[in-house]
Design a protein around this ligand. Structure first.
Ligand SMILES: Cc1cc2nc3c(=O)[nH]c(=O)nc-3n(C[C@H](O)[C@H](O)[C@H](O)COP(=O)(O)O)c2cc1C
Ligand code: SF4
Length: 430
């Protein structure tokens, strides 16, 4: 396989990769220096021209999001979303634990572009190691004058804090994150107003994913054309893919967008575990529609190709499902996760997630009727588009796609009065 481009993971594996001196030796903080010599609006325009899309899941253009910040005199905030709760996703953790200065430099550039003087990195509580590493890196950046008052000799101050969450998936949703940051229960807000109008402490706020922000220094340093050299016309650049499940080499891999899904599985991730046959793939985290093996064949890992295949790039979490895996049990596990994580504000979500988990469990145990499969599907259908935040849509996605794409398997459980594969699981399910 030809050499893969390295932008986000360029420094991973180097000795002392988390240290400022290592980052500086690789040309670090040159992009921030350059950006602070430019008009803030021009910096946002560069990021827009590069075509960088949000890596937290929705894929919204980062440069455009920054221009939503009002130009009034109120204080503004950048919140970096390091909650990383989407099942299957573990890429932001590696940015923070292997190259924290790349993220900090991205924060400086983004804050300059939006003229924000304060930034919070909201990190999930379980990420104790990356949080400690980040705090040490922030100390180094303050000591060097990259953060604090009058940074890079400009009349511009920037303070950055690491804020540890308590491990709720819902606190990754941007308005729940803001509530949690303010010390309240992590429940999403009704929009409008949107965060750029009223976010943290009711002030203009932009929320961006860790990987989005860490992609920014390369764009400023090397330029739009260098970034666009990778990826496709509509999905430029590289992306971190976290591949998990039945492959020989699960892990985080940086790939140009548009990379073939089957090549990721067969070559980059070392092929299917124990020579298993591929059964299905959830390509972008558990909230994206599952693809059957035959639907994966000519799919590329970019926003457009996955949409054309009926799924989504999401957070880039590729969950590989091998032959012999019980899709009913898998759905039960996912539904239970969403039921546990629903914040409970909206009836379709609070009730729907709970009922879906119960029905999936009954089907798995064979204690159900054929019509329960339709009830399960309709529970998902009724959750769609009716709630304050997209968690309900995310939960509905596996419910609807598993029951429709693997219906025969659901029926077999009911006819068999239990899981036909109960004794033959290749993996232990709890
Ligand atoms: C239930 C839920 C959980 C989310 N969790 C995360 C997360 O852990 N990290 C993240 O960056 N975005 C998460 N998001 C998306 C954020 O709301 C937001 O769109 C994102 O942080 C924006 O960053 P981006 O534009 O750079 O992608 C989540 C959304 C929902 C509905
Ligand atoms: S959709 Fe679910 S998680 Fe989101 S606000 Fe409503 S109840 Fe809470």
């Amino acid at each position: 396989m030809s050499e893969l481009p390295k932008i986000l993971s360029a420094n991973w594996g180097k000795p002392n990769s988390t240290k400022l001196e290592t980052y500086l030796a690789a040309g670090g903080y040159k992009a921030a220096e350059k950006a602070l010599g430019m008009e803030p609006g021009k910096v946002a325009q560069e990021v827009l021209d590069a075509g960088l899309r949000g890596r937290g899941g929705a894929g919204f253009p980062a440069g455009r999001k920054w221009t939503f910040m009002p130009k009034d005199s109120r204080p503004r905030y950048l919140c970096v979303n390091a909650d990383e709760g989407e099942p299957g996703t573990f890429k932001d953790r590696d940015i923070m634990r292997f190259d924290p200065h790349m993220l900090i430099e991205g924060i400086i550039i983004a804050c300059w572009a939006m003229q924000a003087n304060n930034s919070y990195i909201y990190i999930r509580g379980e990420f104790a190691e990356p949080a400690d590493i980040l705090e040490k890196a922030l100390d180094e950046a303050y000591a060097k004058g990259y953060l604090g008052d009058k940074i890079f000799g400009k009349d511009f101050s920037l303070k950055v804090w690491v804020h540890r969450g308590a491990g709720a998936y819902e606190c990754g949703e941007e308005t729940a994150l803001i509530e949690s940051l303010e010390g309240k229960r992590g429940q999403p807000r009704i929009r409008p107003p949107f965060p750029p109008q009223r976010g943290v402490f009711n002030m203009p706020t932009t929320v961006n994913n860790v990987e989005t922000i860490a992609s920014v220094p390369f764009i400023l340093k090397e330029g739009v054309a260098a970034y666009r050299k990778y990826g496709t016309e509509k999905s430029p650049g590289t992306k971190l893919f976290c591949i998990s499940g039945h492959v020989n080499k699960p892990g985080v891999y940086e790939l140009p967008l548009g990379f073939p899904l089957m090549k990721l599985i067969a070559e980059v991730a070392g092929g299917m575990k124990d020579g298993m046959k591929l059964k299905a793939v959830i390509p972008g985290g558990s909230s994206t529609p599952v693809l059957r093996a035959e639907e994966c064949q000519n799919v590329n890992l970019d926003y457009e190709s996955l949409a054309a295949a009926g799924s989504m790039l999401g957070s880039g979490a590729v969950i590989v499902i091998g032959e012999g895996t019980c899709m009913v049990k898998l759905l039960e596990i996912l539904a239970r996760f969403y039921a546990h994580e629903s914040c409970g504000q909206c009836t379709p979500c609070r009730e729907g997630c709970g009922w879906a988990a119960q029905i999936a469990k009954r089907i798995h145990e064979g204690d159900a009727e054929i019509k329960d499969i339709d009830v399960l599907y309709s529970v998902g259908e009724q959750m769609l588009g009716r709630t304050i935040c997209p968690l309900a849509d995310a939960a509905a996605c596996p419910i609807m796609t598993f029951t429709s794409k693997f219906r025969a398997e659901f029926e077999a459980h009911i006819k068999n009065r239990g899981c036909p594969q109960a004794k033959a699981y290749p993996v232990e399910f709890k």
